[in-house]
Design a protein around this ligand. Structure first.
Ligand SMILES: Cc1ncc(COP(=O)(O)O)c(C=O)c1O
Length: 348
């Protein structure tokens, strides 16, 4: 059999949990609130190729993100855009640095692009110190620095004044600022794109908009950067259905704002409930909470009870991440945790 390229042979395919569930709190998706409420397909045209330049979608995004349409390129999720940037800037000998822990796909994108990868370790409380970021930059001189802000899976956040400090210090490296979760807390840095020629901000409709199934992400940068990256954009990369539904979402921003408010409120309640169950939740500016518990394989135990959460123990021992769901879903999770604790108690 003809084998794939050498650098790809050791890659483990990304597999998502396909176990049956009652409540899914493992992938930071939003609820299906938008489609249930408002969607209509009256003017949908599936027989033609989609608008390759996604003009209306980029106009809507520009209004929402506070930039010009010419500052935006859209992708099949921000995933596609991040990979495209790495592929566009890095040769084999170049390096990408990110945080540790951070979004688990970053090292995989580097492997796909066949470039070097290195990470900046978090502090004990899973936040990141600016000094450590700048030291690592000096040491490694990477081609790309990826800052996930707020960070997945820790939920930690770097203040905008510190993002500015980083950008003032770094000028010969592309800085990808991944703001996938920014709507849930913190201040976006989109307004800085014309101040720093090396800054690329990534946004997505997968989280706050609750439209992960559409696969729509936005790359936001100065016009020169966007024009350059347009060279690697595949034609028609956002299908017509996704553009159509995404555009309707921008007409219903009040529903999205309500959802964000709901997440923030439930996030506080979830943190308190986890603390009450003797878990150690970390502060979060996102739509999920990372927590620590000595209960081993809590995810597997909850999975048997129909609740999916994400286990991070492979990278950070005894740590799990739970998305903030609807009130009743969050209550169900806590009840199932109580059951697991009771069963563990009976066993010991
Ligand atoms: C930090 C971060 N960036 C990017 C993505 C990918 O988002 P998208 O659905 O837009 O590809 C995720 C998804 O979980 C994420 O957590």
């Amino acid at each position: 059999m003809i084998d794939i390229k050498k650098n790809l042979r050791t890659l483990i395919p990304y597999k998502v949990n396909t176990k049956p569930y009652d409540v899914k709190l493992d992938a930071n998706e939003g609820s299906n609130y938008l489609l249930n409420a408002k969607l209509n397909l009256d003017n949908f045209v599936p027989q033609l190729y989609p608008d390759s330049d996604a003009v209306l979608l980029r106009e809507n995004m520009a209004r929402y993100y506070g930039c010009k349409k010419s500052n935006i390129m859209v992708g099949n999720g921000s995933s596609e855009l991040i990979l495209n940037v790495i592929n566009s800037f890095c040769d084999k000998e170049d390096k990408v640095i990110t945080f540790e822990p951070s979004f688990s796909m970053y090292p995989i994108y580097c492997k796909l692009a066949d470039v070097k990868y290195s990470s900046i370790k978090s502090q004990d409380n899973y936040s990141f110190k600016i000094e450590n970021i700048l030291n690592k930059y000096d040491e490694e001189k990477p081609k790309i620095l990826i800052i996930c802000n707020p960070n997945n899976p820790t939920g930690s956040y770097i203040e905008k004044k510190d993002i500015i400090k980083i950008l003032d210090y770094i000028n010969d490296t592309v800085v990808i600022l991944d703001e996938a979760y920014i709507e849930f807390g913190g201040e976006s840095s989109v307004d800085l794109i014309n101040n720093y020629e090396n800054l690329i901000v990534m946004r997505t409709l997968s989280k706050a908009f609750g439209l992960a199934g559409l696969r729509v992400g936005g790359l936001i940068s100065n016009e020169r950067m966007v024009d350059n990256l347009w060279k690697v954009k595949l034609p028609y990369n956002i299908n017509s259905a996704s553009q159509y539904i995404a555009n309707q979402a921008f007409e219903n921003l009040n529903i999205i704002e309500d959802h964000i408010d709901h997440v923030k409120m439930e996030r506080n309640r979830m943190k308190q409930m986890l603390e009450k169950e003797e878990m150690k939740p970390y502060n979060s500016m996102t739509n999920f909470i990372m927590f620590e518990t000595s209960i081993e394989n809590l995810d597997k135990k909850l999975e048997k009870k129909g609740v999916l959460i994400r286990n991070f123990s492979k990278d950070i021992e005894n740590h799990y991440r739970v998305s903030i769901g609807k009130k009743e879903d969050n209550d169900l999770l806590i009840n199932r945790i109580k059951e697991v604790k009771y069963e563990e108690g009976k066993r010991s």
